[in-house]
Design a protein around this ligand. Structure first.
Ligand code: FAD
Ligand code: SF4
Ligand code: SF4
Length: 509
């Protein structure tokens, strides 16, 4: 047989992918590898003029023909870099092939085998930095739309009734208490429930979901997608104790005495501040207070600070300070609340912004102005902020972390009028040893919990930790990965009596 091998940007096309038709013309018979003939098509995006006015998700779901067509563009790489760069190691080529072949239920089964919440990751992972950004056909042909297909599969699975309740084969005698119902706590809860443990999740909020419910706005992740999952876990047997503030209304020691093991998955919530004159003026608010108020309002709660205007951008000139995902969520929330102008002030340039490039583009489409290379020098006003005095910066040599440092440009000050300033400069961990009354709880030099990298054990016996409280502010997909891994480590501890390092955290800081 004639050997026909094509090499397109690193993808070796197998000879079996081709045959000749009756006229001897070479045609492609392989269902996959269609990136040559089918252009990339992302799911339809609502026009900016429409989405500026509501908090509905901006991307529509794929039609089934579009999902299978887009999946068929995959070149089924022998070494799939998409999978290598997915923190969960999702078996992407296999579920893309099954989607292309119309075998959706099997595709869903494979996708959900490694990811507890594929429909959530499909919506909010920064795919341009993870799976899709490393797809080998990215250059010139545009990557496979992995996230949108992942979302499509699980949304379809819910619609078709393929997502069944967890039914463990046997019940195990131990009970595990999880503090925090964010993605790390929920992913661990799911895995522990499958093993057969009694699982209790405690959260100080009145709704489960952590930042999925109260941090990330509905235009990125509809709240019904989160409650569909928390209801599913609750129906499967996870017992939620909401409104339980551990270290506040309830002591850590009491919780510890009630369960055989504890998993701490409390996230990081202490906002970083700006130390410039005027920072105490009213009208300058932390990002999470602002976003929580907006999310609560959207969920139908009464929010006095919103009604009184303190956490509502309607009619105001808004300046958001910061350049990460949180800042992007704030600027886009302000647009939807009817701000008269929204400016994002960021100390580096567009190329060095930590926020996802896709979200920056969406924000620009919706009417946000970016003031790159600028930092606040002072906040001006009487009782209430009236303007931000900012100064231009320039990028200098990289420091030991590899990131370019910045320095102010002398004589470059300028004023930005503002009635509401939102500080979105990132988060640090709360002082958990003090809050929990457990001084033996070991910390890293960054104030996050110190855990053994193999067992996820903290320095307290039978106490484990996962998610942002270990990593520092990170991503949902990493929280899911940690939650799953911590659950496995807890299972090893009880089922196989693997006592390597519990209570002896050794992780490098
Ligand atoms: P969290 O989600 O923070 O959950 C911790 C839970 O613990 C909370 O429910 C909290 O109430 C509870 N808790 C804390 N202390 C106690 C206590 N003492 N007692 C009881 N309960 C307690 N990541 C992405 O991948 N994509 C995005 O688009 C994205 N956007 C983001 C937008 C914003 C505004 C923010 C702030 C973060 C965003 N992230 C995003 C990051 C992502 O949300 C986090 O990395 C992830 O939620 C961490 O999960 P976690 O379970 O560790 O903690
Ligand atoms: Fe990509 Fe995130 Fe899905 Fe992994 S979990 S395949 S990184 S969207
Ligand atoms: Fe290769 Fe991209 Fe397909 Fe992954 S999605 S297997 S990197 S072509």
């Amino acid at each position: 047989m004639e050997l026909i091998t094509g090499v397109i940007r690193g993808c070796v096309l197998h000879p079996a992918s081709f045959s000749r038709d009756a006229d001897g013309v070479l045609v492609m018979t392989e269902k996959m590898l269609r990136f040559i003939s089918i252009p990339q098509r992302t799911p339809d995006k609502r026009p900016a003029s429409e989405r500026r006015t509501d908090f509905g998700e901006i991307y529509q779901k794929y039609q089934s023909s579009a999902a299978s067509q887009q999946a068929s563009r995959c070149s089924q790489c022998g070494i799939p870099f998409c999978q290598v760069h997915c923190p969960l190691g999702n078996n992407i080529p296999d579920w893309l092939r099954l989607t292309a072949e119309g075998r959706l239920e099997e595709a869903y089964q494979i996708s959900s085998a490694t990811n507890t919440f594929p429909e959530i990751c499909g919506r909010i992972c920064p795919q341009d930095r993870l799976c899709e950004g490393n797809c080998v056909i990215e250059k010139g042909f545009e990557s496979i739309t992995i996230g949108a297909i992942e979302r499509y599969l699980t949304d379809t699975a819910f619609e078709q009734g393929w997502v069944t309740l967890i039914r463990p084969r046997k019940k195990l005698p131990q009970s595990i208490g999880i503090i925090g119902s964010g993605p790390a706590g929920l992913a661990a809860a799911e895995a522990l429930l499958r093993y057969g443990y009694a699982v209790h999740v405690y959260d100080r909020h009145d709704r489960a979901g952590g930042l999925l419910i109260y941090g990330i706005p509905g235009f990125k992740l509809d709240k019904s997608v989160v409650t569909r999952r928390t209801d599913w876990l609750s129906d499967g047997g996870v017992i939620f104790h909401l409104g339980h503030d551990i270290g506040g209304t309830e002591s850590f020691a009491a919780l510890r005495a009630r369960h055989d093991a504890i998993l701490i998955a409390t996230g990081v919530y202490r906002p970083r501040d700006i130390s410039v004159p005027g920072v105490g003026l009213s009208g300058i608010v932390p990002a999470l207070d602002y976003l929580i108020a907006s999310n609560r309002k959207g969920l139908g709660d009464k929010v006095p600070e919103f009604e009184a205007g303190a956490l509502n951008a309607a009619g105001k000139r808004v300046v958001v300070v910061g350049g990460g995902d949180t800042a992007m969520d704030c600027v886009r929330t302000a647009i939807r609340q009817g701000a008269s102008s929204v400016t994002c002030l960021y100390r580096r340039d567009r190329a060095n912004m930590p926020g996802s490039a896709r979200e920056v583009a969406n924000a620009e489409d919706e009417g946000v102005t970016f003031s790159w290379l600028a930092v606040p020098e002072a906040f001006l006003g009487g009782d209430c902020v009236r303007a931000v005095r900012a100064q231009r910066t320039r990028l200098c040599l990289a420091d030991s972390s590899g990131r370019q440092t910045i320095e102010p440009v002398p004589g470059s000050s300028f004023n930005l009028e503002a009635d509401l300033v939102v500080k979105a400069l990132g988060f640090d961990a709360e002082d958990l040893p003090t809050a929990f009354g457990q001084p033996e709880l070991g910390l890293t030099r960054w104030g996050t919990l110190r855990v053994d990298t193999h067992s996820f054990a903290t320095t307290l016996p039978d106490t484990y930790a996962a998610g942002d409280i270990v990593r520092g502010a990170s991503l949902v997909v990493w929280a899911i990965k940690d939650g799953r891994d911590a659950a496995e480590a807890i299972h090893r501890r009880f089922h196989y009596q693997d006592t390597r390092a519990p209570g002896l955290a050794t992780a490098a800081e």
